[in-house]
Design a binder for this molecule. Structure first.
Ligand SMILES: Cc1cc2nc3c(=O)[nH]c(=O)nc-3n(C[C@H](O)[C@H](O)[C@H](O)COP(=O)(O)OP(=O)(O)OC[C@H]3O[C@@H](n4cnc5c(N)ncnc54)[C@H](O)[C@@H]3O)c2cc1C
Length: 453
């Protein structure tokens, strides 16, 4: 036995670190197990609406956020073929005044770093890198009759990790190899276990008997382009959404505007794409989320396949010259298949007894509302508030958290899926969407139900 903790968190991504920070700000100590051996320094960008930045600021991260984020002036929707601006939602001071917090765009690695630094400053959290929590070892320690979800205390095993992958078996499974296999499992005790272990959450699969996630048929290609490399006309300090048939392009500044994050989202529903997506998904159960790593460190997610690149080139060939010009400046694309779950149906999808899920583990969604990280941050604050209800049993506090969160997260999941269709309409439907945006766009793009929470 190596440790006993009030709260144990599986996963040190945005969700896990946010939970640790929100708990620490209420004086609650926790331990975070992160299977990656080190924090990744690179990665893609994220947009954070005022619903997320409001919480980061309340957690004392205002200065750190201002030091590394960019502050887009507006969100623009454009037609990908003609380049016509259809509508714009002003952000900047309007967002600050209307929602009491700013709209930020930043590198995910910067967000993770500032959360980690916040956690470290408070000194109440153990951050244990390179340690994988093993859901199959979860156990109630007070009675052999009870299941992990009914226990007063939970015991679980953690194994030190190497990140090398072994060969794929005939069943298509990939197991880690290297030092991880040789190291003993250590046992820990906790009052509550929080699964913040990402889109392929091992805890969700093991304990919540959730069906495996399915490939959505959508691929994300991402890249960073230096501002200095872009022609002046293309250096817009806006979040720009170019909408086209079965594709859209998102672009926004990060790192104070020094870099532009570019993501192209394509619908590719071939059998080959689905097979490759499932293969990558199997590998992701063992690797950290390669989406968050730099393409050069992440050979599996590089757009190495000529078919992936061809699909991207075909989509760009149907797009305006501005997009083609930016694409020509991209040194390397990293491609990633997108997985999502059906919207949550009840609090039971987020909590069972002394175990609760948070972030992507609880509500994997398409990134078409740019709110996955935002929901993780909201979850974390809600968890910490519920944990403060000391008159309740641990299981009641977690049930309260799940009850509080599931409907909002389900609403965001539904809206993200709806955007997936809407953004990718072509033909007559695309024409009607563009006209509706041209007339009502600002009102349609402003989302008080989302941003004011
Ligand atoms: C293309 C794309 C664009 C996006 N854009 C946005 C955006 O603009 N705005 C936004 O808000 N969101 C966006 N998102 C979503 C956002 O990135 C995620 O919702 C967010 O990072 C989820 O954080 P998480 O902590 O729940 O999961 P993750 O970041 O995946 O973290 C999970 C962590 O758990 C670890 N782990 C897994 N299993 C174990 C284990 N057994 N033991 C220990 N550790 C374990 C993993 O290594 C990982 O570090 C986007 C996503 C994509 C794919």
């Amino acid at each position: 036995m190596t440790g006993s903790h009030e709260v144990a968190i599986s996963g040190g991504g945005i969700g896990g670190l946010s939970a640790a920070l929100a708990l620490a700000r209420s004086g609650v100590s926790s331990v975070v197990f992160e299977r990656q051996a080190q924090w990744s320094e690179e990665g893609a960008g994220v947009q954070l609406g005022p619903n997320a930045t409001r919480r980061l600021i309340a957690w004392g991260l205002e200065k750190a956020l201002f030091d590394c984020a960019a502050w887009p002036e507006r969100i623009e929707a454009l037609n990908a073929k003609s380049g016509e601006v259809l509508c714009a939602l002003p952000l900047g001071s309007r967002c600050q005044v209307r929602y009491g917090a700013p709209y930020a765009t930043l590198m995910r690695a910067d967000l993770q770093r500032l959360l980690r630094e916040g956690v470290e400053r408070l000194g109440l959290t153990q951050l244990r890198l390179g340690e994988r929590l093993l859901p199959e070892t979860l156990l109630a320690i007070d009675s052999g009759e009870r299941t992990p979800s009914q226990a007063d205390l939970l015991a679980f095993g953690v194994r030190a990790e190497g990140l090398t992958l072994g060969p794929e078996t005939e069943r298509g499974e990939v197991a880690p190899s290297g030092r991880g296999n040789a190291v003993q499992v250590q046992t820990h005790l906790t009052q509550a276990l929080i699964g913040a272990d990402g889109v392929f959450s091992p805890l969700r699969e093991h304990l919540f008997q959730a069906p495996p996630l399915q490939y959505t048929g959508h691929l994300a290609y991402r890249a960073l382009v230096a501002r200095a490399d872009l022609p002046a006309a293309l250096r817009s300090n806006a979040v720009r959404l170019f909408l086209g048939p079965k594709m859209h392009w998102v672009q926004y500044p990060v790192r104070g505007g020094e870099w532009f994050n570019v993501v192209v989202l394509l619908e590719i529903e071939s059998a080959r794409a689905a097979e490759r997506a499932q293969h990558l998904a199997r590998q992701r159960r063992f690797l950290s989320n390669p989406w968050h790593q730099h393409p050069t460190q992440n050979p599996m997610s590089q757009a190495e396949s000529s078919q992936d690149l061809q699909a991207l080139q075909d989509a760009l060939a149907r797009s305006c010259t501005a997009l083609q010009e930016v694409a020509s400046l991209v040194p390397a694309w990293s491609v990633w298949p997108l997985f999502a779950a059906k919207p949550l149906l009840s609090g039971a999808g987020m909590c069972q007894g002394h175990v609760a899920l948070l972030g992507d583990a609880a509500h994997p969604m398409l990134p078409y509302l740019a709110q996955g990280a935002g929901m993780s941050i909201e979850d974390a604050q809600a968890l910490s508030s519920c944990w403060g209800e000391r008159s309740l049993l641990v299981s009641e506090r977690l049930a309260l958290y799940a009850q509080w969160r599931w409907q909002r997260c389900a609403q965001v999941q539904r809206r993200a899926s709806r955007n997936a269709s809407l953004f990718h309409w072509g033909g007559a439907l695309g024409f009607m969407r563009d006209r509706a945006l041209a007339v009502f766009g600002t009102r349609l793009m402003d989302l008080p139900w989302l941003y004011s929470a």
